[in-house]
Design a protein around this ligand. Structure first.
Ligand SMILES: NC(=O)N[C@H]1NC(=O)NC1=O
Length: 181
């Protein structure tokens, strides 16, 4: 949870500019999602807000899902090594142990990421907070075998998990529309 989690009442009173400022990166570099989801207010609670983002992503055509995936940085890629990830990605990649890989593991990850991007035209995305580096390396190898359409949907489902966890950091989980909290 973040330092000052918001109550759902505060969220529901936000104008769209404030809403986009608060939630514009729950889907990495894609403030369009927050800009679209604002119209669904009032939200019941943090989980309902997360479902609205998830439903928006689900409704996108395959080309839109691919577009969202293309806004994600490679895991343990060049941006990570240069310290240029968003603060959210930095924390998530560290939680999976990706910042403490051996040189050999990093090389394997780089090679697999390259093959993945060449095959699909978008980067490999997985919810790093729900996986450790071994599971991520294994997942990368396995998902390389998937068909492109399957993989766009699998990646979008991982984006939804990342988005939900980011939202639960920002909004008090026990704050509800019909209670004073
Ligand atoms: N490529 C990729 O999966 N990136 C990410 N995953 C995650 O949990 N945070 C990210 O930035």
């Amino acid at each position: 949870m973040g330092d000052n989690p918001l109550s759902i009442h505060v969220v529901n009173k936000m104008g769209y500019e404030e809403f986009i400022k608060s939630f514009g990166n729950v889907v990495e570099h894609c403030s369009l999602c927050a800009a679209a989801v604002w119209r669904e207010r009032p939200f019941r609670d943090a989980e309902n807000l997360a479902s609205c983002f998830g439903d928006f992503i689900d409704r996108l055509p395959i080309s839109g899902k691919e577009g969202i995936l293309r806004l994600h940085p490679d895991l343990a890629g060049r941006l990570a090594q240069a310290g240029q990830l968003t603060s959210e990605s930095t924390r998530e990649q560290a939680s999976a142990g990706l910042n403490t890989m051996t040189e050999e593991e990093r090389q394997r990850m780089t090679n697999l990421n390259k093959r993945y991007t060449q095959k699909f035209g978008f980067p490999f995305v997985i919810c790093a907070r729900e996986n450790k580096k071994d599971a991520i390396l294994r997942g990368l190898g396995e998902r390389l075998e998937n068909a492109p359409q399957t993989e766009a949907i699998t990646g979008a489902n991982e984006v939804k998990k990342i988005c939900r966890l980011r939202l639960l950091d920002l909004v008090k989980p026990d704050s509800q529309l019909n209670s004073p909290l």
